[in-house]
Design a protein. Structure first.
Lengths: 466, 171
């Protein structure tokens, strides 16, 4: 009869801070990356690579600094975001280093080792994340800059138009002495702030004022304004910068946030119709986009004739030769892809050397980051934080889909980089900043609510009046 | 480097990668469960219930034995919240007294503006019959449609209404 008087309390679960879980997982992620690095060295040269210690220490330092910053400035943050990002970054570094070792690459005239540069950019990225955590005490501060961030994002998006095209797309700006920057990666975060602030204010008008027609809520003509504007703007990006990726990203992100803000399926239908019409329309007359579509429809037909098709075909062959379990790190031939093998096509190396099993694990890790973002949005207590978190994780998901789908031949290839893994300074830095903002929102969301008054008085009970 | 070592490393790396994914999923598993049941106050209650328990045992040993052995046939085994903010919460009935109210030491803490801090309690009498008693609440406790004035036995499945919350006993 010991159970007779056990008191049982039923209450909402309170999230523990779980910082120690995070520390263990970050250490695990660093170990996996060092393992990958050692594996590449053993496979290529038969010995442990010389830079392993430096690489391992560098990555451990990055993970450690980021973890201490989270522990100090965002103690209730989600425990998974940081380890997942660290693992992707470390794995990407190992694969970039592996491609650096390729003799085919080293023979090309303008070869430059990318791994050490990428490690430096990762350090800058983690530093930016720490700065975000320190400077952004509360994500709701961003709400004040709704319209300023719109202007800044537009500026960043329009800027590359005035710079010469690189490889057919105008998404880079060149600053002498600093290098090239891809402003679209940063614009993605800033425009999420604008969409979140804007939709928070306008969502009632967009959600409620509608007529029902054939099971769909049709918005009024004048409420179509914002979506039409964003659509027109992404078409303009597509035409003038010939970049399908960022165009899809911005429009997709807006539609996702619009849907989340209004709970109306009709926006998704409109969004899909409009992006389909826009993409097909532009592909009709824009040669760069047309080329990509041709390479997508029949990659092997353009072998030896069209560089884009050949690259696409080689990527597909890399996936094929990997099979289920892969050829093993450092033992594939994905360096045959040549140009952009370590940035846009880095997934082809993953697919070849780690096989379908490794590819699935990597995609799951991306999926988990998105899941944590969406979970953060669900848990956030303020509508702005909800929309911002869903916008950021939505854009992350769209980017992963667009790149992975492009490399695997599901959709036409676009010039975007795989977040965290691909070589490219802007992408790594911007994505660390994105993770920083998500960590900040999740810290606010998971922080225990202030305790209610110790003993509610009987007076607080409302009296039912007949 | 021998072929065997490389194969082992290749499979080992995939295993480690998947292990990471599985560990990560284990970490988020806690998100899937909405509420947590904590057992607490064991020392204090154990101390001040022992005499009470002894008294009960002296008073009615046969029933006690029957109750602690196997549940009577047709006796409710759980209490289910069927309406209100705590909808879906269930508490296993193991012979303990269940207090309901907004006070934080209640068994079921009601987040309900129309509930009093100590609203009602549900307890088994000596025959193992479950009794609901109103503890002088502001808005009253209703069994079916009738407002309770005295401790009343609860039939299986009868709705007990407290403010916006409805609970019932089920098998």
């Amino acid at each position: 009869m010991s159970v007779v008087t056990n008191t049982t309390t039923i209450g909402a679960i309170d999230a523990p801070s779980r910082r120690n879980t995070e520390l263990v997982l970050v250490a695990f992620a660093v170990l996996i990356s060092v393992f990958a690095y050692a594996n590449v060295g053993l496979a290529l040269n038969g010995e442990l690579p010389a830079g392993m210690l430096g690489y391992g220490l560098g990555l451990a330092l990055l993970g450690g600094v980021a973890h201490i910053a989270v522990r100090r400035f965002a103690p209730y943050a989600d425990p998974l975001l940081l380890p997942l990002a660290t693992l992707l970054n470390g794995l990407g570094l190992a694969i970039i280093w592996r491609l650096d070792q390729s003799e085919r690459f080293q023979a090309t005239p303008n070869f430059a080792a990318a791994a050490s540069k990428q490690l430096m950019f990762s350090a800058v990225g983690v530093a930016i994340m720490v700065v975000v955590l320190i400077a952004l005490k509360d994500h709701r501060i961003l709400q004040r800059y709704t319209y300023i961030s719109m202007l800044v994002a537009l500026f960043l998006l329009i800027l590359p138009m005035f710079f010469p095209a690189v490889n057919g797309a105008k998404i880079w700006i060149k600053i002498p002495g600093v290098g090239t920057i891809q402003p679209g990666e940063f614009a993605k975060i800033i425009i999420a702030v604008f969409f979140a602030g804007y939709l928070m204010v306008k969502r009632d008008a967009l959600a409620l004022a509608s007529r029902r027609f054939m099971g769909l809520y049709l918005p009024r003509g004048r409420d179509l304004g914002p979506i039409l504007m964003v659509w027109a703007f992404s078409i303009l990006i597509l035409v003038f910068e010939t970049d399908l990726g960022s165009s899809l990203l911005f429009f997709g992100m807006f539609v996702v946030m619009l849907y989340v803000a209004t709970e109306r399926t009709s926006w998704i239908v409109f969004g899909l119709l409009m992006s389909g019409a826009g993409a097909v329309g532009v592909a009709m007359f824009e040669p760069h986009v047309q080329q990509r579509v041709t390479a997508w429809l029949d990659p092997f037909a353009g072998w030896g004739k069209l560089a884009a098709s050949e690259q696409m075909a080689k990527s597909l062959m890399a996936f094929g030769s990997g099979g289920t379990l892969g050829t093993g790190l450092g033992q594939g031939n994905s360096d045959l892809i040549g140009f952009a093998a370590n940035s846009d096509f880095i997934l082809a190396t993953v697919g070849e050397e780690l096989g379908l099993a490794g590819m699935m694990a990597v995609l799951l890790i991306y999926g988990l980051i998105v899941e944590r973002g969406v979970r953060t949005a669900l848990a956030a207590r303020d509508p702005f934080g909800k929309l911002l978190a869903i916008g950021l994780s939505g854009s992350f998901a769209i980017q992963v889909f667009v790149v992975a789908g492009g490399v695997m031949g599901l959709i036409p290839l676009t010039g975007m980089t795989m977040p965290f893994m691909a070589a490219g300074g802007s992408s790594v830095i911007a994505n660390w900043a994105l993770i920083g903002i998500l960590i900040r929102i999740s810290d606010t969301a998971r922080r225990p609510a202030p305790a209610p008054a110790p003993s509610p008085d009987a007076e607080m009970t409302q009296v039912v009046r007949p | 480097m021998s072929e065997l070592t490389l194969t082992v490393m290749r499979l080992g790396f995939l295993a480690v990668l998947w292990l990471f994914v599985i560990v990560a999923v284990q970490v988020i598993r806690s998100d899937l469960f909405g509420t947590r049941v904590t057992q607490r106050g064991s020392r204090r209650t154990a101390a001040d219930t022992r005499p009470q328990q002894g008294r009960q045992q002296q008073a009615a040993p046969p029933q006690q034995r029957q109750q602690s052995g196997r549940q009577r046939r047709g006796a409710p085994t759980k209490l289910v919240v069927s309406e209100g903010t705590l909808t879906g919460t269930t508490v296993a009935l193991q012979g303990q007294t269940i207090t309901l109210g907004r006070a934080h030491d209640s068994t079921i803490v009601l987040d309900d503006d129309y509930a009093s801090s100590r609203h009602a309690r549900i307890y088994p009498d000596r025959d193992g019959q479950w009794i609901v008693e109103d503890l002088g609440s502001t808005n009253g406790t209703y069994l079916d449609r009738t407002r309770l004035t005295t401790p009343t036995p609860v039939p299986l499945g009868a709705p007990i209404r407290i403010g916006k919350t409805v609970i019932e006993l089920r098998k």
